[in-house]
Design a protein around this ligand. Structure first.
Ligand SMILES: [Zn+2]
Length: 361
C-alpha cells in the first residue's frame, strides 16, 4: 500500500537556486512538449496518441543545454504528467485540452527513487542530482520504501516535500469496541463514550487572527506594497492553520482507529444546515471532510470499518434511550436533550453520537 507523507524542508540558498531551476525546467519541458504536440497536430491533423511519436525530454537537451543541469527524472515526470493530461482529455473531452503551465506562485516537481537515490538521514533528505542534502523536519516516522517525491514551494515561499512510501499493510489486532462520533463546531468531536475532542486552543487563536488579518488586507489599497505584505501574512497564516488542523485531525483519527473496530460518523452534508458562524463553519467543513478521508484510508490500512450514517438519519433528534423523535434540538442553542417520553436527560452531542453508534449494532 502506498502512503503519502508531507514534510517541510529548509533548503539553503544554493539549494533554493537549484530547486528554482528545476521548477523552471520542468515547466519549460512541459510547455515545449505541449507546443510541439500542437504543432505536429496542425501539420498532420492526426490526434491518435497511440500512433503519434513525440519527442522525449532527453531530445531537447542538445538544443537547450541548461536542461542537463537538473534531475532528468523530474523532466520525465513532466512528460508523464502531460501524457496523463492528454489521456484524460481523450477519455473525456469535457476535461479540456491540456493547458500551458503558467509561472505561478506555486511551484513543484516530482522525482523518483531509483536505486536508493532518495533517502533521509540525520534530518536531511537526499534528492537526485543535488549533491548536498536538504534539511527536513520529519515529524512522522515511516517504514517502507520511498517510491517518489514531490518538492513544492507555496506562495509564502516555504518549501515542502511530499513523499510516497510503499508500506506493508499493518493490521491492528481486532477489538469488539464500536463508537459513534458526532462532529460539531463548538467541540470538534464527541463520542458515544462521552469523550470530547476539542479544537486546540492554538488553532482557535490562529483562526481569530486570520479573521483580523483578512480584514486588514481588505483595507489595503489595490496594487500597493502594503497589500502585498498583508497578502503574504494571510497566506502564511492559512498554511499554519492548515498544518495545525491536520495535526489535530491525524491525532483524533489515529486514536479512534486504534481503539475501535467500527466507527460511525454522520453524513457530513447534514451539517450544511448550519448557516451561522461563517468562518468557523467553512473551516469546520474542511476539517470534517478531511477527517472523514483520514478515517476512511486509515481504516483500510489497519483493518477497521467506517460507517457513514444516511443523510436523513436524525441523530440529534432521536432519543438514544427510547427512540422517540423530538425536534427540540433543531434549535442549536438547546444543548441538552430532554426526552418527553422516557424522561432521559443527556448532552445533545453525546445523545447524537449514541444514536450514530446504534447504526453499528
Ligand atoms: Zn426517550
Amino acid at each position: 500500500m502506498l502512503k503519502a507523507y508531507k514534510f517541510r524542508i529548509y533548503p539553503n540558498e544554493e539549494q533554493k537556486v537549484y530547486l528554482a531551476k528545476t521548477f523552471g525546467c520542468t515547466r519549460f519541458v512541459y510547455n515545449k512538449m505541449l507546443a510541439d504536440r500542437i504543432k505536429s497536430y496542425e501539420e498532420n491533423k492526426e490526434l491518435d496518441i497511440k500512433t503519434m511519436k513525440y519527442p522525449a525530454p532527453a531530445q531537447y537537451k542538445n538544443e537547450f543545454e541548461w536542461l542537463k543541469e537538473v534531475d532528468s527524472l523530474a523532466l520525465a515526470n513532466a512528460q508523464m504528467n502531460l501524457d496523463k493530461a492528454y489521456k484524460n482529455f481523450f477519455r473525456n473531452k469535457s476535461i479540456g485540452f491540456p493547458k500551458f503551465k503558467k509561472k505561478t506562485n506555486t511551484n513543484n516537481y516530482t522525482t523518483n527513487n531509483q536505486n536508493g537515490t532518495v533517502y533521509i538521514e540525520n534530518s536531511h533528505i537526499k534528492l537526485p542530482k543535488l549533491k548536498s542534502m536538504i534539511k527536513i523536519k520529519q515529524h512522522r516516522q515511516f517504514d517502507g520504501l520511498i517510491k517518489s517525491c514531490t518538492v513544492s514551494q507555496v506562495p509564502s515561499g516555504k518549501y515542502y516535500i511530499s513523499i510516497l512510501v510503499d508500506c506493508e499493510n499493518i493490521e491492528l489486532p481486532k477489538t469488539d469496541k464500536k463508537v459513534g462520533v458526532d462532529l460539531g463546531i463548538k467541540e470538534f468531536a464527541i463520542t458515544s463514550d462521552g469523550e470530547i475532542f476539542s479544537n486546540p486552543k492554538h488553532l482557535k487563536k490562529s483562526e481569530k487572527r486570520l479573521a483580523k488579518l483578512q480584514k486588514d488586507l481588505s483595507r489595503k489599497q489595490k496594487g500597493s506594497n502594503n497589500r502585498k505584505k498583508a497578502r503574504i501574512k494571510v497566506s502564511r497564516l492559512h498554511e499554519k492553520i492548515a498544518n495545525q488542523r491536520k495535526d489535530m485531525l491525524h491525532k483524533v483519527s489515529t486514536q479512534l482507529i486504534n481503539e475501535n473496530q467500527v466507527i460511525v460518523i454522520e453524513d457530513l452534508k447534514v451539517s450544511n444546515m448550519i448557516k451561522n458562524h461563517k468562518l468557523a463553519k467553512s473551516i469546520a467543513d474542511v476539517s470534517w471532510s478531511e477527517f472523514r478521508t483520514m478515517l476512511e484510508y486509515k481504516s483500510k490500512w489497519y483493518g477497521r470499518e467506517i460507517i457513514i450514517a444516511p443523510s436523513n438519519y436524525a441523530s440529534s433528534q432521536l432519543c438514544s434511550n427510547c427512540g422517540n423523535q423530538s425536534n427540540q434540538t433543531k434549535d442549536l442553542s438547546c444543548r441538552t436533550y430532554i426526552c418527553p417520553v422516557c424522561g432521559m436527560i443527556m448532552d445533545r452531542d453525546i445523545n447524537a453520537s449514541k444514536n450514530l453508534l446504534k447504526l453499528a449494532m
